[in-house]
Design a protein around this ligand. Structure first.
Ligand code: PLP
Length: 284
């Protein structure tokens, strides 16, 4: 496959970075995943904004404009075989001659991007939806989860615990027993027709899919999303639970550990929201 590295396009096997790169040694970097369907990117501006927020927070200075990124994404879609892609963007602080914790000055960030194929958008048909059984455990990650850091070990360990139990995601709650998010998704619940999701703070990633859903419901539906604290008891007692991400869209959860959610099938509200999402996801 063709990848992008520091200004050039090349075959993946010819892309080389220094072992002194701080992305490699410290996980010192920011990443993004932008979905593209037939070359149309979803939430492009919001994804680039989130990445720039992360870079600013880490004081990594990179002079790429949104247009620079757009060209890279378009090129990766064109140069690779396939229809629908997740476009992975990665900026690390760069390579330094010595391994020292302090941010070095005068080094150039490393910029890497590649495209991986993603399946067709999920359809909003209950019988053919991709459903999720998930694990539930206490969130043991750091306290800066709003930063989309390449240092994903905390998330990876949580995901792996779910995978070891035969599940496809792990939902997390904090020390107060409140729902945060999942290892690579945001979480929504529905109870008696009311949709809720945890508010944005340092405990969760501000998901672009989450943001799209809230915007779409705000302008195209009588349904509204309440951003509020949700206890893990409420989560387990919900009629519907969804996990959302760039590659999952609105993913219906049918089981959490041993607890069946609702009837154990995607719910009516999921069907309505995934339909609205499919119709309006390119509007923003
Ligand atoms: N939360 C975490 C921890 C994630 O890694 C992701 C994305 O992979 C999300 C939430 C969902 O974010 P987005 O909708 O921007 O993909």
């Amino acid at each position: 496959s063709t990848v992008y590295l520091n200004g050039d396009y090349m075959d993946a096997e010819h892309a080389k970075i220094s072992p002194m790169d701080r992305g490699f040694l410290f996980g010192d970097g920011i990443y993004e995943v932008i979905p593209a369907y037939n070359g149309d990117m979803l939430g492009f501006t919001a994804h680039i904004e989130r990445m720039n927020n992360g870079l600013n927070e880490l004081e990594i200075v990179l002079n790429y404009t949104p247009d620079t990124w757009r060209i890279i994404c378009d090129q990766l879609c064109n140069k690779n075989q396939g229809k629908n892609f997740g476009i992975y963007l990665h900026v690390s602080r760069g390579a330094d001659t010595k391994r020292a914790h302090a941010y070095p000055t005068g080094i150039t960030p490393t910029v890497f991007a590649y495209a991986f194929e993603i399946p067709e958008q999920p359809v909003s048909i209950i019988e053919s939806a991709t459903t999720y059984t998930v694990s539930l455990e206490q969130d043991k990650r750091w306290q800066r989860c709003h930063i989309k850091s390449t240092a994903l070990l905390g998330n990876v360990i949580h995901y792996q615990h779910g995978a070891a139990a035969g599940n496809k995601e792990t939902i997390l709650y904090n020390g107060l027993g409140e729902l945060t998010e999942a290892s690579s998704s945001n979480v929504f619940i529905v109870k008696d027709g009311v949709i809720s999701t945890p508010p944005l703070d340092n405990q969760i990633l501000p998901g672009i899919t989450r943001w799209l859903i809230i915007n779409i419901l705000h302008s195209h539906s009588e349904l509204k999303v309440h951003e509020r604290r949700i206890s893990k008891e409420e989560l387990l007692d919900a009629d519907e639970v969804w996990i959302t991400s760039a590659t999952k869209e609105v993913g219906p959860v049918i089981k959490i550990n041993d607890t069946l959610i609702g009837t154990g099938k995607p719910g009516k509200t999921w069907q309505r929201v995934q339909s609205l999402f499919t119709l309006h996801k390119f509007d923003y």
